[in-house]
Design a binder for this molecule. Structure first.
Ligand code: FAD
Length: 206
């Protein structure tokens, strides 16, 4: 997001054409202009108690009868852990490569790391994981300290959701998988063999 200072126009950058290009959206005619930013897209600033601002009270009259959306209840999924993928400092994610039955081992690893369990979009479409756990362009944008991607190829739509993670560990059988271009640490191998080894090593250390 940026502002074209001479024309005072807001430039809203967002993925287009399935995430293959980043497009600047400009609204030249209508005012006011506003934009929202997804949580975790940029790191939070440290609090600065010296900063000053003024609060503007707006006298807003909303007609409840015209609002068609109502939040009836918020339910946290048990699967994604006590904290959701957005709030958790460690996220362990599985993709097509871990298979339908691979999330049991990821749950075990997540418990030992006090992590949330995330996934790629196909695993939501297959019904293996809830939508709330999906990481990426049409899912959640996250910025954990540690992100473990098991059996995830690293398509652009997944990548945009994990770019601001501090450390990315990828486990993939294919050494040329795009996720390795993004990862800080890469393990080439079968996630179904490697995850249980990680679980064993962490249990022994505990
Ligand atoms: C508009 C749009 C929005 C999208 N939004 C999202 C989104 O929000 N999030 C998202 O994730 N996707 C999204 N997608 C889908 C995205 O394009 C990819 O299809 C998806 O990310 C691929 O998921 P995957 O990596 O699990 O599967 P695949 O691309 O099939 O990759 C599976 C990987 O597992 C590896 N593998 C196989 N067996 C093993 C094994 N035993 N051990 C280890 N590795 C193994 C393979 O080498 C491969 O790299 C979107 C697509 C579109 C068009």
């Amino acid at each position: 997001m940026d502002v074209d200072v001479p024309t005072r126009k807001l430039l809203q950058t967002r993925p287009a054409f399935g995430g293959n290009v980043m497009a600047d959206i400009i609204c030249p005619n209508t005012r006011p202009q506003m934009a929202t930013v997804r949580p975790n897209v940029m790191p939070r600033l440290k609090p600065d108690p010296g900063r000053k601002c003024s609060a503007v009270k707006v006298d807003l009259k909303l007609d409840a009868r015209k609002t068609r959306t109502k939040v009836l209840e918020t339910i946290k999924s048990a699967r994604t852990g006590a904290k959701g993928v957005e709030e958790s400092d460690v996220v362990v994610s599985g993709g097509r490569g871990v298979g339908d039955d691979g999330f049991a081992m990821l749950d075990e690893l997540a418990k030992l790391l006090n992590a949330a369990v995330g996934c790629s979009r196909p695993m939501v479409e297959k019904g293996c994981m809830p939508k709330a756990a999906q990481v990426g362009q049409s899912g959640k944008t996250i910025s954990p300290t540690l992100y473990i991607a098991a059996g995830i190829s690293g398509c652009i739509q997944h990548e945009v959701g994990i770019r601001s993670s501090k450390v990315i560990v990828a486990i993939n059988t294919d050494p040329s998988a795009p996720i390795f271009n993004l990862a800080d640490f890469g393990i080439v191998g079968d996630a179904k063999a490697i995850i249980p080894l990680l679980v064993k090593a962490l249990r022994e250390k505990a």
